[in-house]
Write a protein that binds this ligand. Structure first.
Ligand code: UD1
Length: 416
């Protein structure tokens, strides 16, 4: 089993180009099914979750190939509308294929995504919205049988702004007759990216980035070449790496407007950040200062995906910093591993209180989930001695090459 060996205590100094956004590319790959044509996605990150999406597309009959970081999908042929249980289990976010397959084929069959390492991962809002568009969905033995001879546009009100439900409904709505509006839609930048991709294929989608997304359905979509937006959580990871280890980094292609809540906390912690159209520069000269409570919330609030990573950067804060996790039930699993490194964190329900320590020490730690795993690496950069991070499969779901990026930033990181 491979491990990432990080020798901490080195200040960072260097530059990396930020990878394309995982959470953009996954729904966009599902959206390619709406085109019956060829789509080239530039700046596509090579990730385990992208591989899983490719296998889903191939399983349906499409052909997909890499050329450098461009992923080309030819979706002209579709043999079937089922996704196997094995593929569904590989990636919890595969539910977003449901809307696209339904729009394309009028039926779909896949297994229920079930729970994941962050806790329950319900898709009730996805299913309720699809039913409102006219889909008949039967849930039986963990399988979802979905049929829709005709989808019809409608006003759908989401009870909470779910990212996946908004995306799934946008895709299904492209195949529905008339106009669909999604109220209380998620406002994440990845939703805007999906809208821009769909419109580049000839769809008429508007409002993404606001709480109401409108889709004029029934248009024939065509292929296109599209560049995926930069990954805001990978950006947050490298900014937090600098805050943890100290030093100065430049993240080429990073967009501060996508992560203003994260950069605001890092400034409060004492880092200096400057951004321009080329990227973000971040300099952190001293141990981080304590920050006001960080509460995760749907965008534009503080992203749950950056919670563990920021916590890792603040383990040596000069005081006490409080986190409140409001999106997922089980998102403090990294805490026990950080504690092994000498962190002082008290968790009570959805709150975690981080009392700053003078020093962290290297330890053998295990990734519990994707961002929790990245958090261990961020902490290791500030720890004395060597940290061995195992269960890297979690990290490989979302980072194209974490250790090379850390090395480019001046860290001593090796995968064995
Ligand atoms: C997406 C991101 C994930 C991020 C999350 C929140 C992708 C591939 N993943 O996940 O990295 O952490 O947004 O920003 O883009 N919920 C329901 N019923 C539903 C759907 C969701 O109760 O039908 C609940 C969830 O349990 C969770 C909350 O809503 O508590 C937010 O989930 P959602 O926004 O749907 O997250 P994902 O799309 O799964």
């Amino acid at each position: 089993m491979s491990q990432l060996i990080i020798k901490g205590g080195r200040r960072l100094h260097g530059e990396v180009a930020v990878q394309g956004a995982k959470n953009s590319v996954l729904p966009i790959l599902a959206a390619t099914l709406l085109t019956s044509d060829t789509v080239a996605l530039e700046g596509c990150p090579r990730l385990r979750d992208v591989d899983a999406s490719m296998r889903i597309l191939e399983g349906l009959g499409c052909s997909v190939r890499w050329e450098g970081n461009t992923l080309t999908a030819d979706t002209s042929v579709l043999h079937q509308w089922e996704i196997s249980d094995i593929l569904m289990r590989e990636m919890r976010s595969s539910a977003v294929f449901l809307g696209a397959i339904l729009a394309r084929c009028g039926q779909a069959e896949l297994s229920y995504p079930g729970g994941c390492e962050l806790g329950p991962r319900p898709i009730d809002l996805h299913l309720a919205g699809l039913r409102e568009l006219g889909a008949e969905i039967e849930e039986c033995g963990g399988l979802l049988h979905c049929k829709a001879s005709r989808l019809r546009g409608k006003e759908i009100v989401l009870s909470l702004p779910s990212v996946g439900a908004t995306e799934n409904l946008m895709l299904a709505a492209c195949g529905a007759e008339g106009v669909t509006t999604i109220a209380n839609a998620a406002r994440e930048p990845e939703i805007v990216d999906l809208q821009e991709f769909l419109n580049a294929c000839g769809a008429r989608v508007s409002g993404a980035g606001s709480s109401t997304v409108a889709v004029e359905g029934g248009r024939k979509l065509h292929g296109c070449t599209y560049r995926v937006m930069p990954d805001r959580i990978a950006t947050a990871t490298y900014l937090c790496a600098a805050a943890s280890a100290g030093g100065e980094v430049f993240l080429r292609g990073a967009r501060e407007d996508h992560l203003a809540t994260v950069t605001a906390v890092l400034r409060e912690a004492g880092c200096t950040l400057e951004s321009d159209p080329a990227g973000i520069r971040c300099a952190c000269r001293e141990r981080p200062m304590a920050v006001r409570p960080v509460r995760t919330a749907p965008y534009p609030g503080f992203p749950t995906d950056a919670q563990a990573i920021l916590m890792a950067a603040l383990l040596r804060n000069r005081g006490t910093s409080v986190f409140e996790e409001n999106i997922f039930e089980n998102r403090y699993r990294h805490v026990d591993e950080l504690t092994r490194m000498g962190a002082r964190i008290r968790v009570s329900g959805r709150t975690a209180v981080v009392s700053g320590v003078d020093r962290l020490c290297g330890a053998a730690v295990r990734c519990t989930d994707l961002r929790g795993g990245a958090a261990l690496c961020v902490a290791a950069l500030a720890a004395e001695g060597e940290t061995q991070v195992s269960a890297l499969r979690h990290i490989d779901r979302g980072y194209e090459n974490l250790e090379q990026d850390l090395k480019a930033l001046g860290a001593d990181a090796v995968r064995t």
